[in-house]
Design a protein around this ligand. Structure first.
Ligand code: EZ4
Ligand code: CO
Length: 455
């Protein structure tokens, strides 16, 4: 019987196949040295092949790129997210033109082999575009494996280590009292941890606050009518004076219990970041996020020498190797890679394991500009590792949830994955067509003198 003729449902197949198949699983063929490993089907299951790879670009509220991988088992497919904010079509092209042809006919069960093949195979490795494409494939393959096993992905990763993933949300405003209100609103919703950002007087727009009280707008959720990036103005002096006062205000107004975080968004130089970390010490942050640019990791040593404010870093990293120095030197307390930009679950679990050895915890990036499948991947990893720290999250608007259903759910301060097999997320392809891609960039930033500044 060809694989296509097998029932999609595992139990159905077992019933049909009976004890013979269980005793002697039908292997595709013998392994040949020097070739990719042949399909190695799980006990009692027929070998599986990838038959189609669909790349779906859609804009239900903002742009998303999805990878849908179909298999030779009727009805069995996986969905991954390959969204790279402001460079969506570059990833879609990488997937369509280069990755998809390599996947057709491969064994979808061989996740690690496929990961290595797509990472090292093209010779030109790494970078956000390729690593986001790889993440999309990786997430889809974990989704398939979970569905085939009849288990949520966290079970395949070793099972639960916790009930839910402690979450943080964003609170921002144009002045201290607006931020205070936003933090109160978040705690009323059940959040125990809140990231606080404030507009800096005299500067036109500051990361996390531009033109709106929601960080989602600031990070480009609404495609701009011109289709070109907005420009923000940044000066370190006013920023370094205002931020400690914000947290002084919040602690006086809200007390000590709520956990507060702040995102520098890689905007400072080393000694400036050290000063901010030191000045924030009295307010006991949960962590100070992404204080420095990612290029030169040793600068983090300087922050450590001056402060006990916990430090988190990583959303601009693309591989495990970007994380090595920060973790092994214990220059950070939280590693916060973006699963969607470091090649998915396969690489994230290695980052987590490396971090575990050095008592560093995880805090995976969780903004609105990565899709529900990546958020689900985040939480499946969060609840199956020993050294989880915290999970950044967003509430997806209704229209996004209709096109991309199944994001993890928020419950009393924690993220919960669905107990359905696989990642628990999906894509409504028909509905996705109603929301065509709209060009949108992340904002850029400049100093008052006109020179380029990190956003
Ligand atoms: O600005 O994902 O912690 N979250 C963040 C995000 C990033 C966006 C950039 O695409 O820093 O909001
Ligand atoms: Co951030």
């Amino acid at each position: 019987m060809p694989p296509q003729a097998q029932p999609a449902n595992r139990r159905g197949f077992l019933k049909l196949a009976g004890a013979t198949a269980l005793a002697k699983p039908a292997l595709g063929r013998e392994a040949a040295l020097g070739e990719a490993p042949p399909p190695a089907p799980a006990q009692g299951l027929p070998p599986l092949k990838i038959t189609d790879v669909r790349v779906i670009v859609t804009c239900p509220g903002r742009n998303y790129v999805l990878v849908k991988i179909l298999t030779s088992e009727p009805g069995l497919y996986g969905v991954g997210d390959a969204t790279l904010n402001g460079r969506e079509l570059a990833v879609a092209a990488a997937l369509e033109k280069y990755v998809a042809p390599l996947l057709i006919g491969r064994d979808p069960e061989a996740i690690e082999d496929t990961w290595q093949y797509l990472y090292r195979g093209p010779y030109w490795r790494g970078g956000p575009v390729q690593m986001t494409a790889l993440a999309g494939v990786d997430l889809a393959l974990w989704d398939i494996k979970g569905k085939r096993a009849g288990m949520p992905v966290y079970q395949l990763l070793g099972g639960r280590t916790r009930v839910g993933a402690l979450a943080y949300t964003h609170a921002s405003g144009n002045d201290f009292s607006e931020v205070e209100d936003a933090v109160r609103h978040a705690t009323e919703r059940g959040f125990k941890c809140v990231r606080a950002q404030v507009a800096i007087p005299g500067l036109e727009g500051t990361y996390g606050t531009t033109g709106s009280k929601t960080a989602n707008n600031a990070s480009g959720r609404v495609p701009q009518p011109t289709g070109l990036p907005q420009t923000e103005i940044f000066e370190p002096g006013p920023y370094l004076r205002v931020v400690p006062r914000l947290f002084e205000h919040l602690r006086k107004a809200l007390g000590d219990e709520v956990e507060l975080l702040h995102d520098v968004h890689e905007k400072l130089g080393p000694v400036e970041a050290a000063r901010l970390a030191r000045d924030l010490e009295p307010y006991h942050l949960f962590f100070l996020e992404d204080p420095l640019r990612p290029e030169y990791k040793e600068s983090f040593r300087l922050i450590r020498q001056h402060s006990t404010t916990p430090i988190a870093m990583g959303e601009l990293f693309n591989t495990l190797w970007d994380c090595v120095d920060l973790i092994k030197e214990q220059w950070i307390d939280f590693i916060r890679c973006d699963l969607g930009h470091i090649g998915g679950i396969t690489n994230a679990r290695k980052v987590a394991a490396l971090a575990e050895a050095f008592q560093v915890k995880t805090a995976w990036h969780g903004p609105g500009d990565i899709g529900p499948a990546t958020h689900a991947g985040n939480v499946h990893v969060d609840i199956s590792i020993p050294n989880f720290g915290i999970q950044e999250m967003v509430f997806f608007p209704e229209v996004t949830q209709e096109v991309l259903p199944g994001a993890p759910e928020f419950k009393d301060g924690y993220m919960m994955v669905r107990e359905t097999p696989g990642l628990g997320t999906d894509v409504n392809e028909e509905l996705a067509k109603k929301y065509p891609y709209q060009r949108a960039y992340v904002p850029t930033a400049r100093r008052r003198d006109g020179s380029v500044q990190d956003w």
